[in-house]
Design a protein around this ligand. Structure first.
Ligand code: IVH
Length: 691
């Protein structure tokens, strides 16, 4: 064999594994994916051409070989034990363990505290990795503790697991024990990809890890994103200067580039264990993977040997569990909740179940697609998950437990054709996941949100009408729709909590002042789904009058700049709801008015294609008002002056922008000049006040 190939293959392997370790263990990629792929393909080609070059620890072995007929049995050289679980979830669990250890070791109260190692209890699948002369030769599951299954092919596909140990003098035999698991982000990503491809998803990361390892087709296993953390040893032969403690062992494994979790401590006595327990409990939900507790171990191996075992459990270790985050229960019913935006969220009513530390009776089903995907029906037995403060959710249905009298599928639109809060129609817009109530301003569930939006600075701009007041006005039944705001007297306002006479007067004045507005603001204030400020402005400019907008069909709306089918549909649906038309009418009756124009269906805006810059303080118009007027006329407002600027509108204390305009010879206008520009007398845009 030409030695050049041999050396090249060895160099490629070393380099690929180095990048692999950086990417999968250190989470710090060293080269672009494409470059990694190139190296990998070169090695693959080399090994294909010279099969004698292939080694059992070549990274090319990670892609998974032929499907297996079954797994061979592996007898463990050293049994894989289980671990006693401390049922007491409070601090006393650690105290009880420490007390037992001290008693077994014959320690008196006056003796010093015991050294412990504390680490996480990973929620995956236990695996024994056997390295001979530093090369991974076998990976086996725990099985019954005596005999497991040979899953070497699948484990090789886990990139975080080294195919050989990084050390100059590997032990003759080193069995590393640890947990194969799936990170939550990998789990979510994998499921999203599966969902997109219409393929089955994983129920939870734990099942994902266990199922992948026991997958007979290693190519499929290779597609599952798995991780690994070591937590102990099996058989060991010929390890020179083998560590004498558990924590030093994990440090040594880490040096050999075996992944070891950083969340581990050593400490003395029960107090150290309790501190670790509480620290991790507080951060459990921020960890990138699921755990079901923490594990305490006597750190010194000589003391571990002295303590020994009871049946299959060591006396020197204990698992201290946290409340489970997933439980089984049954679905008693499915209802919907109408949210502040009108979205109908389906909620499963559950037989009460203790999960994630609290009793849960409701769980979100998110939306119709999620119900369909999980196929949740009334009467089903389901797995509920509650992690941290996140809303409990139904993660999966136990199909084998479905009642024989098959309950029917749940369909939101069929079950709730109208909103349970206000009776308006419920629709599901194309491309949207949520079914929504079209009640908008009228729906009590959406009232507070609608009012706040209506009064907002960029909408009707009613200064002083903030969330505290809106809460009171709605809760006291004083305001049902935004139109009611205009009927509020100063006395009523003054009677509200935290409202002095003066602020009531100010608010009353702000309400009155808000009546004179622009069509764009008014449209925006209505809070039509998918109609933001820019769209509202485009609509106002295009139609010029509210009545034209009200009469517009979807086709008419599609002619407006930037209005697509979804926006058009939202608008038509909003105005098709009689409640909304009623609110609009009442607002106009209350005196809300704006300047109308003929619109630009026939002609472009006066300032179409023109760029203006505003600088300094104008005598009457605020900056926002001037900008709005310019934009309503089709012009653009830019932030800085350039050769492309058509006009600079300058007020008091105009600074460098004015100077720049003079330098470039750009036309300079004052406020009157701007207004003259906007109100030409050629009749192109006939403005009138609509009272
Ligand atoms: S030590 C002799 N440490 O828990 C003690 N086990 O019942 C052997 N596990 O299925 C286990 N995290 O896979 C140990 N940090 C940890 C662990 C851990 C998870 C699992 C292990 C086994 C079970 C033990």
């Amino acid at each position: 064999m030409p030695s050049g190939f041999l050396a090249r293959a060895a160099a490629l392997r070393r380099e690929i594994e180095r990048h692999n370790y950086a990417y999968y263990v250190l989470d710090a990629p060293t080269i672009p994916d494409a470059e990694y792929d190139r190296l990998f393909r070169e090695l693959q080609a080399l090994e294909a051409e010279h099969p004698e070059l292939a080694t059992p620890d070549s990274p090319t072995r990670r892609v998974g070989g032929k499907p297996l007929g079954g797994f061979a049995s592996v007898r463990h050289a050293v049994p894989m034990l289980s671990i006693r679980t401390e049922t007491d979830t409070e601090a006393s669990g650690a105290q009880a363990f420490d007390a037992r250890v001290r008693k077994e070791l014959g320690l008196a109260d006056s003796d010093p505290p015991v050294d412990y190692a504390a680490e996480l209890k990973f929620d995956g699948l236990a695996i024994n990795l056997r390295y001979e002369q530093g090369v991974l030769v076998q990976a086996a599951t725990r099985g019954d503790g005596e005999t497991g299954e040979d899953v070497t092919q699948n484990v090789r596909t886990i990139h975080a697991i080294p195919l050989h140990l990084k050390t100059g003098s590997p032990p003759a035999v080193l069995e590393v024990r640890g947990e194969v698991f799936m990170r939550r982000d990998d789990f979510e990503r994998y499921n999203a990809k599966q969902r997109e491809a219409g393929k089955p998803t994983l129920v939870n990361p734990r099942n994902g890890a266990a199922g992948s390892i026991r997958q007979l087709d290693p190519k499929l296993a290779a597609q599952r994103p798995l991780s690994f953390f070591a937590y102990g040893l099996g058989e060991v032969q010929g390890w020179k200067q083998a560590p004498l403690t558990h924590s030093a062992t994990l440090d040594a494994l880490e040096k050999m580039e075996i992944p070891v979790c950083g969340e581990r401590v050593t400490g003395q006595g029960a107090a150290a264990l309790i501190a670790f327990h509480d620290d991790i409990a507080a951060r459990r939900d921020q960890l990138p993977f699921d755990i079901d507790g923490v594990v305490y171990k006597v750190n010194r191996f000589d003391l571990q040997r002295e303590l020994g075992f009871v049946t299959r459990e060591p006396r020197w270790a204990v698992a201290h569990k946290y409340p489970a985050q997933e439980q089984m229960t049954t679905v008693l019913g499915i209802e919907v909740q109408v949210g502040r935006t009108g979205a109908l969220t389906p909620v499963a009513r559950l037989a009460p179940v203790f999960v994630g530390g609290v009793t849960v009776t409701n769980a979100t089903l998110h939306n119709q697609d999620e119900i369909d995907r999980k196929d949740v029906r009334v009467g089903d037995t389901v797995i509920v998950r509650r992690a941290g403060d996140v809303i409990p959710e139904v993660v999966a249905v136990m199909l084998d437990r479905r009642p024989t009298s098959e309950p029917s599928r749940f369909n939101i639109l069929q079950r709730y054709p109208v909103c349970p809060e206000c009776g308006s129609h419920v629709v599901r817009l194309e491309g949207e996941a949520a079914a929504r109530c079209t009640g908008g301003l009228y729906c009590p569930a959406q009232r507070k949100q609608a009012l706040l939006h209506f009064a907002g600075r960029r909408a009707m701009d009613i200064e002083g009408l903030g969330d505290k007041l809106v809460d009171q006005l709605v809760d006291l039944g004083l305001v049902h729709t935004p139109a009611d705001v205009y009927g509020l007297s100063q006395e009523t306002l003054a009677s509200l909590e935290r409202m002095a006479e003066k602020s009531a007067a100010n608010l009353r004045a702000a309400i009155e002042a808000s009546k004179a507005t622009t069509l764009a603001r008014f449209i925006f204030a209505l809070g039509i789904r998918n109609v933001g400020e820019a769209t509202a402005r485009d609509l106002a400019l295009y139609f010029g009058s509210l009545d034209k907008l009200l009469a517009a069909t979807e086709t008419d709306l599609l002619a407006v700049r930037d209005v697509g089918p979804i926006v058009a549909q939202s608008i038509v649906q909003f105005f098709a709801e009689p409640h909304n038309i009623e609110v609009v009418k009442r607002l106009r009756d209350a005196g809300v008015r704006w300047l109308e124009s003929t619109g630009v269906q026939q002609s472009a805006g006066i300032l179409a294609g023109k760029t203006l810059v505003l600088t300094g303080t104008l005598p009457t118009l605020t900056r926002d008002a001037a900008k709005e007027m310019i934009e309503a006329a089709g012009g653009k407002v830019a932030g800085s002056v350039s050769k492309k600027t058509d006009y600079v509108v300058a007020g008091e204390e105009a600074g460098s922008k004015l100077a720049k305009a003079q330098e470039l010879g750009v036309t300079i206008l004052d406020e009157a000049g701007l207004l003259a520009l906007l109100e030409p007398d050629d009749g192109n845009a006939q403005h009138r006040f609509d009272f």
